[in-house]
Design a protein around this ligand. Structure first.
Ligand code: BDR
Ligand code: CA
Length: 310
């Protein structure tokens, strides 16, 4: 797999899943503008590689620094710097000189039909690769896309989830392109199944491993924000996206939908319209509707507990 990320908070935990799960073969990390400042996202990716003991083993490619046609909007009010103020010496932390879009195109061309891209930020890099190389879509095995909200509980507006809101044109392009897509939505799925409450956070903190300390630190800023808006714990949509790719048995309900993304609406920019088959539209995505929340939590906890310390 490749993970395309706007690295902050749960993106870091998703990277840990990709770096530590024995079933994962993470070929590259590609970066896209999203959650926090681009340079901070780069630092966060290297901090995560370091925490996993994998510095220098997985390339970090820098991609699009703004959405296709709109100015970038951040989620720094949610995530702070995305790593709870952690820093490290970045001397040996050099991003790969190849642009993320070119790396994505090259990697899937080298192994046609074999690589899945886990998309846990805005879809700008994926849409750009689609436009740049006509073979890209066919060479990708599948996209696992974190995004969308199919009720009125968007996290940046009532209608929209952050990743699709920030670059709705990119999201629309990707759903229309012909990829094999699995969507892991913000709501209701993440809010109902991928929130770790205080008892679980206490359990993770009590593990006392370097990785559990990393988890607790990284999630701290978001926990404060989530509590301020009535969510009782930390949210884990990106790590859930990575986990269900590696462990499809976590999925307990999944449906086929025609997905499209609103780019024009006054109140609905970034809204993910999921048509369930009665509107004459061919399905273009599988949407995860329910997962085994306890098994997902146990999976993350086990990774933090058992991974060899760096
Ligand atoms: C998405 O935006 C960010 O808050 C998370 O990283 C996740 O990818 C959720 O809307
Ligand atoms: Ca993300």
């Amino acid at each position: 797999m490749v993970i395309d990320t706007d690295t902050a908070q749960d993106d870091c935990i998703a990277l840990l899943v990709g770096l530590l799960d024995p079933r994962a073969d993470l070929r590259a990390i590609t970066m896209v503008a999203g959650n926090v400042g681009f340079d901070q996202q780069i630092r966060n990716a290297f901090l995560t590689l370091n925490a996993a003991g994998r510095l220098g083993q997985v390339p970090v490619h820098l991609g699009c620094r703004r959405p296709l046609v709109r100015p970038w909007e951040s989620a720094e009010n949610v995530h702070g710097d995305g790593v709870g103020g952690m820093t490290m010496d970045m001397t040996d932390c050099d991003p790969d000189p190849e642009h993320a879009v070119d790396a994505l195109i090259r990697l899937v061309a080298e192994s046609p039909g074999e690589l899945t891209i886990v998309c846990i930020g805005p879809l700008t890099n994926i849409a750009t690769a689609t436009a740049k190389d006509p073979t890209f879509v066919d060479n990708v095995k599948a996209l696992y896309v974190m995004g969308g909200s199919n009720n009125a509980r968007g996290n940046i507006t009532a209608a929209a989830e952050f990743n699709f809101y920030v670059d709705p044109e990119a999201a629309k392009t990707v759903f229309a392109a012909g990829f094999t897509i699995t969507v892991i939505p913000w709501a209701p799925l993440t809010l109902e199944r991928a929130v770790f409450g205080q008892a679980q956070l206490d359990e993770i903190a009590a593990l006392g491993t370097p990785l559990s300390d990393f988890f607790t630190r990284v999630c701290a800023a978001t926990l404060d924000f989530d509590r301020s808006v009535g969510i009782d714990g930390t949210t884990h949509p990106d790590s859930l996206t990575t986990a269900v790719l590696l462990h499809p048995e976590l999925i307990t309900r999944i449906g086929r939908y025609h997905a499209d993304v609103e780019t024009q609406g006054e109140l609905t920019r970034g809204y993910a319209a999921m048509s369930w088959g009665v509107h004459g539209l061919e399905p273009n995505a599988a949407v995860v509707e329910d997962v085994d929340a306890n098994a997902f939590y146990r999976h993350i906890k086990a990774l933090l507990q058992n991974a060899a310390s760096p």
